[in-house]
Every structure is written in structure tokens, then in C-alpha cells.
Design a protein around this ligand. Structure first.
Ligand SMILES: Nc1ncnc2c1ncn2[C@@H]1O[C@H](COP(=O)(O)OP(=O)(O)O)[C@@H](O)[C@H]1O
Ligand SMILES: [Mg+2]
Length: 254
């Protein structure tokens, strides 16, 4: 009985924990300089946070550490209650089931159809055929691509390919989405589409962490921002009230 109570209280307490916390996090690649130094961040559940900074600042490294794709040199990382800094190989799938990743270059499997790309993400998680069909259809509907589910990715535009990648990330219903320069290959209209889609997911409770060097994007959306430079946090900015539509700057079309 006692154990049950302990389990219940542990589960309840989890919802009060931040989605992400790092403590004195450092990463130095073999033979390299420090890619990250003394990173301390807290990202609340349900937050939407931009990680920004110039090329080489450490944005991708930070996301890789959160996703256990790289190991920290020092420091601690907690993601959704999981101690990622101490994670062993067997528990990595448990972590990754809780994280949807989105990349600049989409990383779709070009020999599979749109539907098969989404289904594949669920197959490796062990879902049955019926559940895969239901979830994949729902995810593709959400991103407005259900009619293209039999197309191959390279027949789609860049914006559509990124929407497929978003569907693949959200089909697992993850509490956290990590996006690394997701609009880096897209023009301004498609950029707005993709960000609005992530904002919609965020409004339904998904925590979103988006790495971008695009300062216009950050200005426009006025979300929480962590500024990195040479591997260190140089500034943090809280979410600000949205600007009225009429006062929005045009996103530069360069
Ligand atoms: N696999 C790697 N091996 C060695 N150095 C790396 C590796 N990945 C990144 N770096 C270095 O770490 C620093 C941070 O890179 P990165 O995290 O990719 O920055 P950003 O995403 O902000 O451009 C850079 O100096 C980069 O050269
Ligand atoms: Mg990067």
C-alpha cells in the first residue's frame, strides 16, 4: 500500500517539475574547444522557448544533449523527470518516446511515402497496425497533408516536407518538441506556417524548444528567449505581450 502511495505521489509531483532543467552543463567535443559552458536553464511545462545565437554558439549541441544524442562533459540534465545526464542505452528509447525532433533538413526517408514515414516512427515504438493507421491519419490531417499521404517526400514542396516532419514528431503525442532550425530552408510565408503550427501544438500543452539563428523570427513571436554566444548563456528574455498585427514588421525577404 505504502509503495502504491509513493508511486502515486511521484506521478503527481512530476507535473510540477519543469520540463527541462540543466545544472552547470558543459560539453567539449573530443579535441575541440568548449561547445557549451556552465549552462543553467529551466523550461516550464507548456513553455515555448527560442534558443538563439550565431552559428557555432552551441544551439544544436544543447538540443543533442537534451535528446541524449551527445553526452555532457559535466553537469546535470533533467528532461520530463528523466535524468538524461546519467541515462544508459536501455532507457534512451523511453526518453525519445517523449520527444518529437524536427530538423532543418527534414530528415524524411525518401524511399517511403508520406504515410509510411509517419508509420515507421510508430512501428519502432511497437504500435499495432490499426493504431498506426489511426494515429498517422490524425497527425497528417492536423498538418493538412492527409490527401498527400501516398506521395513520396521529394514530390512535395519544402514547406510540405517540413509539415510531414512535424506530423512525424507529433504522432507520438510527445510532451516535448525540440526543433533545430526548422525553418532554415523555408521562405518567409512557409516559415510563418511552420511556426504557427508549433504555436498551435504549444497551445494544446506541448512544450516547444526551437533553436534558430533567425533574429527576425524571435522579434516577431516575442516568446521566451535564451541567447547563446560561444557556448555560454549571455542573456535570457521572458515572453512579452504580442505586437498588434498592424504593427508587425515585414519578415525580411532576403
Ligand atoms: N561533432 C562535433 N565535433 C567537434 N566539434 C563540434 C561538433 N559539433 C559541433 N562542434 C563545435 O561545437 C561548437 C558549437 O556547435 P553547434 O552546437 O553546432 O552550434 P550552433 O548550432 O549554434 O551553430 C562549434 O564550435 C562547433 O564547431
Ligand atoms: Mg546548429
Amino acid at each position: 500500500m505504502r509503495t502504491i502511495f509513493r508511486c502515486v505521489s511521484f506521478t503527481l509531483n512530476l507535473s510540477h517539475l519543469d520540463m527541462i532543467q540543466t545544472y552547470h552543463l558543459y560539453k567539449t567535443y573530443p579535441g575541440g574547444n568548449a561547445a557549451l559552458s556552465d549552462i543553467n536553464i529551466k523550461i516550464e511545462r507548456g513553455g515555448f522557448v527560442f534558443i538563439t545565437g550565431p552559428s557555432g554558439a552551441g544551439k544544436t549541441t544543447l538540443l543533442k544533449l537534451l535528446f541524449a544524442q551527445e553526452k555532457p562533459s559535466h553537469g546535470e540534465i533533467l528532461v520530463d523527470g528523466i535524468n538524461v545526464s546519467k541515462i544508459d542505452g536501455k532507457r534512451i528509447p523511453i526518453l525519445r518516446r517523449r520527444i518529437g525532433m524536427i530538423f532543418q533538413d527534414f530528415k524524411l526517408l525518401t524511399h517511403l511515402t508520406v504515410f509510411e514515414n509517419i508509420a515507421f516512427a510508430l512501428e519502432i515504438l511497437g504500435y499495432n497496425k490499426k493504431e498506426i493507421k489511426r494515429r498517422a491519419w490524425q497527425a497528417l490531417r492536423l498538418v493538412g497533408l492527409h490527401e498527400q499521404m501516398d506521395a513520396f517526400p521529394l514530390r512535395l514542396s519544402g514547406g510540405e516536407q517540413q509539415r510531414v516532419a512535424i506530423a512525424r514528431a507529433l504522432v507520438k503525442d510527445p510532451p516535448l518538441i525540440l526543433a533545430d532550425e526548422p525553418t532554415g530552408n523555408l521562405d518567409p510565408d512557409l516559415t510563418a506556417d511552420i511556426i504557427n503550427m508549433l504555436i498551435l501544438l504549444n497551445s494544446k500543452g506541448t512544450t516547444v524548444v526551437l533553436a534558430t539563428h533567425d533574429t527576425d523570427l524571435i522579434q516577431r513571436y516575442r516568446k521566451q528567449v535564451v541567447f547563446l554566444a560561444r557556448g555560454r548563456i549571455v542573456r535570457q528574455q521572458a515572453e512579452r505581450a504580442p505586437i498588434a498585427e498592424k504593427d508587425l514588421p515585414e519578415i525580411s525577404r532576403s
